[in-house]
Design a binder for this molecule. Structure first.
Ligand code: HAM
Length: 424
């Protein structure tokens, strides 16, 4: 036998038994987004490498270590590690943002060369939202309300909590950065080589270190919230008031800075402790300078993205009430002279009349016993049985496969009405 080829590490297949839950989660995402009037966009999964370097930042982990980059003739391309950069690129390119506000969403695969573990993959899926042209904190609040509604729809609202921070204007952050570096320089003895490198390149990322000795010291470090410019401070206060008024609980986490460079003002993450180390299910914030930085007219932006693998894992972990639809409602079994064509005709007629039903035709021969076994394995609710005598009499036998196995002969002319009653 030829040697088999395996999937790439950290890139998962979605099996036929897993896909119903994925579809269920995606359907909830689509329904909630539609309820807020957002429009779907679809962007390519490959973009020119400089787009990510410019948008996300050269010194971030994502750009410096995690991108899948390759040469296509003389152009360097990258598999998208996230959706914001491509969405902003598309919005500028097609003029989506110049005449009116835009509330956009996307869903699809992203790629990061990270060390795979539960909840962290090299190909993963995000559902993301990007809003352009709205400076007010109302829209930040709307995004948070929308996500809270989605958690309810997914039955995970008791298992996620909201972390909130403001990282202010670029100038406020630069002032804070100097104060933080001055403070941290006194504690380099506690730092790993990587943290020392961060101190030079991206010191704010040290705030979310896992190094416990450093974490303890950080409690006395200068706080970003104390360095905020007035506009960011007011924006943040108004957002907090709106969330309070809407009954959304949150924790202000002064160490929350996010791992991508484009943010300003509001940043937030929804986290869970039900998934182990990879507990952030959704992250986002404001990026008012990004459109201009990528060559567009100055336009405010705000958005978030959630990791669908993590949401699916969390739903599996905590929501035991989901009833997923069966792949098959009715399994059509047939054997004998002239029954194949009769079965095909009957199945097509039923699919036309009852398009919501999932009807599978056996197609692979064998006696009735073997065919019923297959129907059972697929957990079909009913079998429709066509033998030579049924074809001759224009009947069909309907066998209830779930409740007691009773069976009934029904005229084919009455079948559609009969089934529509059974399935409503
Ligand atoms: P991010 O925090 O890098 O933000 O990713 C958002 C979410 O994607 C994470 O919270 C997590 O649930 C999921 N995620 C990230 N990396 C992985 C991975 N390796 N495996 C599984 N899931 C993962 C962004 O990507 C921003 N573009 C979000 C945004 C949109 N901000 C403004 N607009």
């Amino acid at each position: 036998m030829a040697k088999t080829i395996q999937a790439i590490r950290g890139m998962n297949d979605c099996s036929p038994t897993e896909s119903p839950l994925w579809q269920w989660v995606e359907e909830k995402v689509r329904t909630v987004l539609a309820g807020y009037g957002y429009s779907e966009v679809r962007m390519p999964i490959v973009e020119a490498t400089p787009l990510f370097a410019r948008a996300i930042g050269e010194v971030t982990d994502v750009v410096s270590k995690e991108m899948y980059t390759f040469w296509d003739n003389d152009e360097q391309l990258t598999l998208r590690p996230e959706g914001t950069a491509g969405c902003v690129r598309a919005a500028i390119e097609h003029g989506w943002i110049y005449n009116n506000e835009q509330r956009l969403w996307y869903l699809g695969p992203m790629f990061r060369h990270e060390r795979p573990q539960k909840g962290r993959y090299r190909q993963f899926h995000q559902a993301g939202v990007e809003i352009f042209g709205i400076p007010n904190p109302e829209i930040d609040a709307e995004l948070i309300l929308l996500t809270a509604r989605l958690w309810q729809a997914l039955g995970i609202d008791q298992h996620v909590s909201l972390q909130l921070n403001s990282i202010g204007s670029p100038q406020a952050r630069a002032n804070y950065r100097s104060a933080l570096v001055e403070f941290l320089t006194k504690h380099t003895a506690l730092m790993s080589e990587e943290e020392k490198e961060r101190l030079v390149k991206n010191p704010l990322r040290i705030l979310d270190t896992k190094n416990q000795a450093l974490q303890a010291v950080l409690n006395d470090a200068p706080k970003l919230l104390d360095y905020l410019d007035d506009e960011s401070r007011t924006h943040f206060q108004q957002l907090c008031e709106l969330l309070d008024g809407m009954g959304i609980g949150y924790e202000i986490n002064p160490k929350l800075v996010r791992g991508l460079d484009y943010y300003n003002k509001t940043v937030f993450e929804w986290v869970t402790d039900a998934l182990g180390a990879q507990g952030t299910v959704c992250g986002g914030g404001r990026y008012d300078g990004l459109v201009e930085q990528l060559g567009g007219h100055a336009t405010q932006g705000v958005g978030f993205a959630m990791g669908l693998e993590r949401l699916v894992l969390l739903v599996q972990e905590v929501n035991k009430n989901i009833v997923l639809p069966n792949a098959v409602d009715i399994y059509l079994v047939y054997a004998g002279e002239g029954t194949t064509l009769a079965a095909f005709r009957l199945a097509e007629k039923l699919r036309t009349a009852l398009p919501h039903l999932r009807i599978m035709t056996h197609c692979s021969g064998g006696n009735f016993k073997k065919q019923f076994k297959r129907a059972d394995k697929l957990a079909a609710k009913f079998a429709l049985v066509l033998g030579e005598s049924e074809v001759a009499a224009q009947n069909v036998v309907l066998k209830d496969l779930r409740g007691g196995g009773e069976q009934q002969t029904v005229a084919q002319s009455a079948l559609i009405e009969y089934l529509s009653e059974k399935f409503y």
